[in-house]
Each structure stands twice: as structure tokens, then as C-alpha cells.
Write a protein that binds this ligand. Structure first.
Ligand code: ADP
Length: 307
């Protein structure tokens, strides 16, 4: 996958046969809040149909803003986004009907029961599959009569996911869905999501500030740092194309950045497939690209390589 796939948004006909068409696209998207906060800077993202992508980056990196542009809650100052080819800026309803969205705060009403939420979803969303949602909730042991305000964090997230899945939307956007969940609840949430998305051939994008949370479930990785895409690639390809080197004797042409490994020891992430060097873990890959975004000039890879 390329960080900037220039032809696909304007002219899908030019998309090579072996590349799946994008479900989600952002092209040269910039977004500023007030005078001083540049939340997104010239962001290019393309998530192919039928894949699950992780959108990772620290708090404040711009993840929610980008997701909110696809949902149509924010409008880019420059550039454009598309959901299965539909621009939410000009056809909000068209984009939204292609999307299932789980926000950071789950969007539940504390005083309404689980069943009330399904009824509400049915009135707001044509074709909402309440029977399927009820079945899933039953399998998860979440009682229909329980008020949302009394659900555990994990149950509330599962309810929000069941509602999103009940829309049968071809594209799912999940903004930090795991943030408040314990490890078991995270596991259950991801299992359900991945099983349904794969079975339907749908597309999903999950954001997180913790890479290990989401990456195991994902095919593709998009790293955002300071409002810029610093890395975008299929996860396997990205790991295969990078190595960890010791500082001091690294060719600057292949250095991405120097960063501190979990034990504190300094290491250099390099673009290389040299079999004599260690392959990075996913966390190290992301840390290297976030370090490159923080201090451009320490390496050469901060602008979004094509791996
Ligand atoms: P993330 O989801 O990666 O944590 P966000 O997209 O929420 O990042 O935020 C990116 C930056 O934009 C942050 O500095 C945040 O404070 C700012 N921001 C986001 N939404 C707004 C808003 N509605 N008004 C002002 N600033 C905002």
C-alpha cells in the first residue's frame, strides 16, 4: 500500500487489478482548530475494501479528527475524504449509511435499556437487524432489560459494537473502542469484530493509542504522529521491510529514527531486509516512526514510505 495513492480517489478505473479498491480514503486532508492546533496535516490514507486497519498514534495525534471527517462530524479545511467513493461533505447521508461507527464514548444513553437502544437504532437506521443484535447480545450474556448506565465498560462497548454490526454497514469505524476495557473484554470485543468483519468481507478501521491493542486483529497499519501519516503499510510487509540496528554505525539513508526500546536501550529503526539484523516488534516499528515524526531529520522515513 502506498502512503499516497494518487490515482484511486479521482479515477478508480486506473486502480490496478491486484489492488483492492479503497473503502476509506483521505486525500491531502488538513484540519485546524482555532489558530494554533493543526490536527491533521496533508493526510493521505487509503484502506482497501475487505481489510482491517489499525490507526495508531499517541493522544492528540489526530486519530479522532480523521475518523470524524469520514463520519461527516468534521469537514476538512483542505483535501477530501471518501467512504466507498462517497464524500460526506456533499452527501453526508450517503456516507453515513455505508458506515457503522463506534465512538470513544460508545454513544449510549444511561437511562435507556439495552432493548430501547435496539429500538432506537431501528428507527434511526433503515434495515437495522435487531434480531441479529438481540442474538449476539444474548450470546454475550447482556440482558435486554438492563439499563445502559448499569452495564460494565466491557458490556457497554459490546452493546455499541452489536448496534454497529446490526446496521450491516460495509465499513466500520471504531474510535478507541478498547480504551476502557480490561484484557479479557478487549479480547472478546476484537474476536467478535474480526469474526463478523471477515465473514461479511467488510472493512474496519480501529484507532488506538496502544498498538498492541489492535494490531493483532489487523492487516494494515496507519501511524499518525502530530497530525501526519508517518507510516502506512500492510503489517507483514512493514515488519519485513524494517530492522533494528545498534546506534553508531547506521547508513543515514536507511535510518528511520533512533528510539528507546522498552528497557531504555537506544536502537535505530532502519529500512532494510538484512537477515543478520533483528526484525522489529510492532511496538518498535511504531515507536520508530513516532520518533521520526517528533524529530524530523533524525532519519529519512518520516514522510510515509511505501514498503
Ligand atoms: P487523537 O484522537 O489522536 O487523540 P484528536 O483528533 O482528538 O487526537 O485531536 C487532535 C488535536 O486536535 C488535539 O490537539 C485536540 O486537542 C485537537 N482537537 C480535536 N477536536 C477539537 C475541537 N473540536 N476543538 C478544538 N481542538 C480540537
Amino acid at each position: 500500500m502506498s502512503a499516497a495513492s494518487p490515482s484511486t480517489m479521482d479515477d478508480p478505473v486506473l486502480t490496478p487489478d491486484h489492488v483492492r479498491p479503497p473503502a476509506l480514503e483521505a486525500k491531502a486532508v488538513s484540519k485546524r482548530f482555532g489558530r494554533s492546533t493543526q490536527a491533521l496535516r496533508d493526510v493521505h490514507v487509503s484502506v482497501p475494501q475487505g481489510t482491517i486497519a489499525a490507526l495508531v498514534g499517541p493522544n492528540g495525534a489526530g486519530k479522532s479528527t480523521l475518523i470524524r471527517c469520514w463520519v461527516g462530524f468534521e469537514s476538512p479545511d483542505a483535501g477530501a475524504v471518501r467512504v466507498l467513493g462517497v464524500d460526506p461533505a456533499t452527501d453526508r447521508a450517503g456516507a453515513v449509511e455505508r458506515l457503522g461507527y463506534v465512538s470513544q464514548h460508545t454513544g449510549l444513553y444511561r437511562g435507556l435499556s439495552v432493548a430501547d437502544h435496539l429500538t432506537l437504532a431501528g428507527t434511526l437506521r433503515r434495515g437495522f437487524d435487531a434480531a441479529e443484535a438481540r442474538l449476539r447480545l444474548d450470546q454475550l450474556g447482556i440482558p435486554l432489560g438492563q439499563r445502559a448506565g448499569t452495564l460494565s465498560g466491557g458490556q457497554a462497548s459490546q452493546l455499541a459494537l452489536c448496534i454497529a454490526l446490526g446496521t450491516h454497514a460495509p465499513v466500520l469505524l471504531l474510535d478507541e473502542p478498547l480504551a476502557s476495557l480490561d484484557p479479557l473484554a478487549r479480547h472478546e470485543f476484537l474476536n467478535l469484530l474480526v469474526a463478523v468483519v471477515r465473514e461479511r468481507g467488510a472493512t474496519a478501521l480501529l484507532s488506538s493509542h496502544i498498538v498492541s491493542d489492535v494490531a493483532a486483529a489487523c492487516d494494515g497499519l496507519v501511524v499518525l504522529g502530530g497530525g501526519r501519516v508517518t507510516l502506512q503499510a500492510p503489517i507483514d510487509a512493514a515488519l519485513g521491510a524494517h530492522r533494528i540496528a545498534a546506534p553508531g554505525n547506521v547508513d543515514p539513508a536507511i535510518a528511520v529514527a533512533t528510539f528507546a526500546r522498552p528497557g531504555g536501550e537506544l536502537a535505530v529503526l532502519v529500512r532494510s531486509a538484512d537477515a543478520t539484523l533483528a526484525t522489529p516488534s510492532l511496538e518498535e516499528l511504531v515507536m520508530g516512526y513516532l520518533a521520526a515524526a517528533r524529530s524530523p531529520g533524525t532519519g529519512s522515513g518520516a514522510s510515509g514510505p511505501d514498503v
